[in-house]
Design a protein around this ligand. Structure first.
Ligand code: COI
Length: 351
């Protein structure tokens, strides 16, 4: 589908050279993309100055949660060009999430063109510092005004952007959560829909009040199998083997998770995608095995976990400089920065 995107006549350059002092997701770039869906069609695709929305208080997204989003990043490569990392995989996941939430697909050319145009226009906002990136947030909401519980007939698809640094400043202290759950099989856990995040606030708040940064979610049936860590996929390295929960339907198909597993396999590192219970972690800790743990996600990249609390007892994870997770992170950085060959065509070059 060929959709024309209206562009503003003036570009207002930002000026981001150092992202270290920026709180995550607080400063928007100058522009945003917006398109409207009604009568079965996408229309009025345009890039505008970043601005507030006018929305009916009856908009269905405000009441029944038809909201889906993606989190992507644009990077400044070492040669100065800009790439949007893994645009195809993010698009595919967006479409799957939309389908799960009964929301209309966005044609791929509209999605890709919108990102190309927005990132080109706000190119000065793409940082060049080591951990800096331009975080991109494509999202869709049900905009139809109706109080009756129904699948909406009208939607807004938007993309906003914000320069970002590391999501977590320091290694995390997490607690294995065995009372509350993030998602159950058959639910929406594999979709990137707003409700998954809203529902996590309460248990995460309880954990924070106990001095933890995040929870390590367990499955809804047994409360023993590790699912995710906060808003990230959970990964472990036990005695040199990378272990991460298999995608069970209640776990998000993380793009960073996939990139790291692909890189690890290519480097000949042992990788196991399988169920892992907190009891297995406990056994590894008590038998003195070296355990690395980290969260993997677009925003967080790799967030090292320093401590895992199981049944109220703290266990230390390995976070030394030679930890395997840092090597994996470096391989990922090198691809995104254009330092090593991008064998999988993960870098979508802008311009
Ligand atoms: C991401 O990693 O992009 C996420 O969506 C996590 C969070 C910022 C909501």
């Amino acid at each position: 589908m060929e959709t024309t995107i209206e562009m503003p006549s003036v570009s207002v350059p930002g000026n981001v050279t150092d992202t270290r002092s920026l709180p995550f997701g607080k400063v928007p770039t100058d522009h945003m993309f917006i398109a409207e869906y009604a009568d079965g069609k996408w229309k009025n695709a345009r890039i505008t100055p970043f601005q507030d929305l006018v929305l009916s208080p009856m908009a269905l997204c405000l009441h029944y949660g038809q909201t889906v989003f993606e989190g992507m990043k644009a990077f400044r490569m070492n040669d100065g060009r800009i790439n949007v990392f893994r645009i195809d995989k993010h698009y595919d996941r967006f479409i799957k999430s939309l389908d799960r939430m009964c929301m209309p697909a966005v044609p791929k050319d509209l999605f890709v063109n919108a990102i190309d145009r927005l990132v080109s226009l706000d190119a000065d906002w793409v940082p060049s510092d080591e951990d800096g990136s331009l975080y991109l947030r494509p999202f869709m909401i049900a905009s139809e005004g109706r109080i009756g519980v129904k699948v909406a007939d009208e939607y807004l698809f938007m993309i906003i952007a914000s320069p970002a640094h590391k999501y977590y400043a320091a290694p995390l202290r997490v607690k294995v959560e065995t009372e509350y759950v993030r998602a159950a099989e058959g639910g929406t856990g594999a979709a990137k829909c707003g409700g998954n995040y809203g529902g996590a606030f309460y248990p995460t708040g309880l954990a924070k009040a106990q001095g933890f940064d995040q929870v390590l979610w367990t499955d809804a049936k047994t409360h023993e199998l590790i699912e995710e860590s906060g808003t990230m996929n959970a990964m472990f390295v036990i005695d040199g083997t990378i272990i991460t929960p298999r995608l069970s339907g209640s776990i998000l198909d993380g793009v960073t998770r996939d990139s790291l597993l692909t890189i690890a396999r290519e480097k000949g590192m042992p990788v196991e995608e399988r169920s892992i219970s907190y009891k297995e972690l406990l056994a590894a800790f008590t038998s003195g095995k070296r355990v690395e743990a980290f969260g993997a996600g677009t925003a967080a990249v790799i967030a090292p976990i320093a401590t895992i609390s199981i049944d109220g007892k703290d266990h230390d994870c390995y976070t030394g400089d030679d930890a395997l997770m840092y090597r994996l992170r470096q391989y990922l950085y090198d691809i995104r920065k254009g330092i090593v060959a991008d064998g999988h065509h993960w870098n979508h070059i802008i311009g």
